[in-house]
Ligand binder design. Sequence first.
Ligand SMILES: [Zn+2]
Length: 136
Amino acid sequence: MFAFGLNTMNGYALLMFAIICGMIGAFIGQSRKCGVTGFIAGLFLGPLGWLLVLFNDQRRQCSECKGRIPDDASRCQHCGVVFEKPKPPPTQPPPENILEIYKTWKEKNPDKELPPHLMSDPVLDYKKWKEEKGIE
Ligand SMILES: [Zn+2]
């Protein structure tokens, strides 16, 4: 009877300990984008799970210094390198005739800069996007 009671107490204590370990694991994992993994690792493995989470960093890596950085970082917080934001391709390409106007104008004035009304960003972005995709 007494032994049964003690075992139940131990069971509760162990459960509490496991949950606390899991919460610490989740806390460590949170800053590394693996909070759920952190909770599970801490719950079952305790302090060993925390170590696993510490080394299981899911964040983006800097291309220069390999340091971990937030996904939306525009500058590395470790080495200071500035990242160029990848531009999404234009959802709505400008009408083809704008490119035709640009081409004929460029043929007539090969040594001149584009006039402002042809310098609109969508046109240039679309041209660049087409070049990158290799579309003629
Ligand atoms: Zn860096």
